[in-house]
Design a protein around this ligand. Structure first.
Ligand code: NAD
Length: 515
């Protein structure tokens, strides 16, 4: 493991006050300055791609392809997106016409929140640092980045590069573990973005509450995958297995467990076995260097291995482990019960439990009996099936026939709901997170001629004049409230379309999974 130099504790407060000074200097205000920094950020990554690949290999045993596809490319894209978007994102907005207020020149200014703290996790340390930083720079904030101590090679590299490319008056890296992060959390910030596990998330939210600091918590949890027998089985097996294998399952939106109809379980397992053999042919076993990531720390290895050792399910793929190299083979376990060790907590490793259920109703009840997941996946070709699952559950994202890559999709916010977190980011949503919408009016004197009745002494004539400000309402609703929500109606239209299509094609369901 590379040595990571921790920031001395007594420097942390100094860094905070230097950033405050930098923020109030006003140099972050011009959009041209922010664009300069954003382009520097993009070049910081581009110029040092190989160094980042090497650091991620050292920390996570990560194959270069995974680092490029999952982190390096998306990080450059995020910096560029912010560079291109900031002119319009930061433009003040005028609200629509209002007879009462338009002449008071209402306007919404997009102001930077101030000095913000970004605490990031080990699993995608570059993307989960650069994405938030791009939004903070675009918003005009000053930022402290606190990367994970579990990725020492990456965190050292970041601390070395940031001062070379970015303005140290406005961006600083603080490295360290619990004492350094606790010291940071004692200080007053204008926003904290924390990405990591729920246990630490609670510590962060509690510390922030002392200063009434707004917080975004990007947490994890168990993201289920519901398999409909009416799916494209080959594609399903390929995507689900890849979602579990990439970064050795250390992905917050990795498929955590599978819910499949009991009668279809073995067919699905066979498809996974075929895919596994294609992913790792005889001469390219996953333990070969550069083929497959490793578990980040010995402690994390022990935690995941314990889950595997204690399972009462049946291992059908993988199962091999090697403590010395922190290697855990991609492992599929079938006939797993809800009470199994593999269902006790987020796995965050390459183990894939399969929980057989009777039907979709049981799958929905299983999901709703647990914390709202960060992502809910379904593999199905059937719009009725997808609609039923999505409309009766809650999750950060609802994804059909795909896994893991949705946080990179343009225009989609990335965030959890309930125990999987609150707040959202990526692209403009990150800019919005670090932006204060500052309402402003500039009211001319002549307005008082119209609104004179508001001033004492209050008179009956004035009281009557207030009625003129009441809006007129549409006709009172009649009959009972409508049974379906607008959301369901929208899905229902697609449903009808899908049904008509299925009937026209002579498709009839033989299985009873969808009840
Ligand atoms: P973690 O919570 O252990 O650590 C994250 C950060 O918190 C690190 O920088 C660490 O130094 C700091 N930290 C650790 N203990 C602390 C303490 N006692 N006080 C203050 N700070 C402390 O998380 P991790 O293991 O790095 O990441 C794994 C978790 O992150 C998983 O649950 C995963 O699902 C989640 N995650 C979520 C997202 C998302 O966008 N929602 C993305 C990646 C990971």
């Amino acid at each position: 493991m590379s040595e990571l130099a921790y920031t001395p504790l007594d420097e942390i407060e100094k860094i905070h006050s230097e950033l405050k000074k930098g923020f109030y200097s006003g140099k972050n205000k011009p959009i041209s300055y922010r664009k300069y920094q954003l382009l520097q950020l993009a070049y910081l990554i581009k110029d040092n791609t190989e160094k980042f690949e090497e650091a991620l290999r050292a920390d996570l045993g990560r194959p270069a392809l995974e680092s490029r596809f999952m982190e390096i490319g998306p990080s450059i894209t995020d910096a560029l997106k912010a560079y291109k978007g900031v002119d319009s994102w930061a433009r003040p907005e005028k609200p629509g016409f209002s007879i009462t207020f338009t002449f008071m020149r209402p306007i919404v200014y997009k102001e930077p929140k101030g000095v913000v703290l970004v605490i990031s996790p080990f699993n995608y340390p570059l993307w989960l640092t650069v994405g938030p930083l791009a939004g903070a720079l675009a918003a005009g904030c000053a930022t402290v980045i606190k990367p994970s101590e579990a990725t020492p090679a990456f965190s050292s590299l970041l601390a070395e590069l940031v001062p070379k490319y970015l303005d140290s008056d406005l961006v600083r890296v603080v490295n360290g573990a619990v004492p350094e992060t606790s010291k940071l959390l004692d200080l007053q910030w204008d926003h904290i973005l924390y990405t990591g596990g729920g246990r630490v998330g609670r510590i962060v939210a509690t510390a922030a509450a002392k200063h009434l600091t707004p917080v975004s918590l990007e947490l994890g949890g168990k993201s289920p995958v519901v398999i409909d027998p009416n799916c494209d089985l080959e594609t399903t097996a390929r995507r689900v297995l890849w979602g579990k294998i990439v970064n050795a399952g250390q992905t917050c939106v990795a498929p955590d467990y599978i819910l499949v109809p009991r009668h279809f379980q073995d067919k699905f397992v066979d498809a996974l076995k075929t895919t596994y053999a294609q992913f790792f042919p005889e001469n390219a076993k996953p333990n070969a260097e550069g083929t497959y990531s490793r578990i980040v720390t010995p402690q994390a290895f022990k935690r995941i291995k314990k889950l595997l050792d204690e399972t009462e399910g049946e291992i059908v793929i993988g199962g091999e482990t090697d403590e010395a190299t922190k290697f855990i083979a991609p492992t599929v376990v079938k006939n797993v019960k809800g009470t199994d060790s593999l269902m006790s907590d987020e796995i965050f490793g390459p183990l894939l439990p399969i929980v057989p259920v009777e039907d979709l109703d049981e799958a929905i009840a299983f999901i709703n009996a647990r914390d709202h997941p960060l992502a809910l996946y379904v593999f199905s070709q059937d719009p009725v099936f997808k609609n039923k699952l999505f409309s009766r559950t809650q999750s950060g994202a609802a994804i059909a026939n795909e896994v893991v890559i949705h946080p990179g999709a343009d225009g989609l916010p990335f965030g959890g709901v309930g125990p999987s977190g609150y707040g959202m980011h990526t692209g403009k949503f990150t800019f919005d997170m670090f932006t204060h919408l500052r309402s402003s009016l500039d009211s001319p004197s002549w307005i008082d001629k119209i609104l004179a009745f508001r001033f004492p002494p209050y008179t009956p004539k004035g009281l009557k004049a207030t009625l003129g400000l009441y809006p007129s309402l549409p006709a009172r609703p009649s009959g009972p409230p409508p049974a379906e929500s607008a959301y369901t109606n929208r899905w229902a239209r697609w449903l009808l379309f899908g049904l008509a299509f299925a009937v026209a094609g002579g498709l009839t369901r033989k299985d009873k999974f969808l009840k």
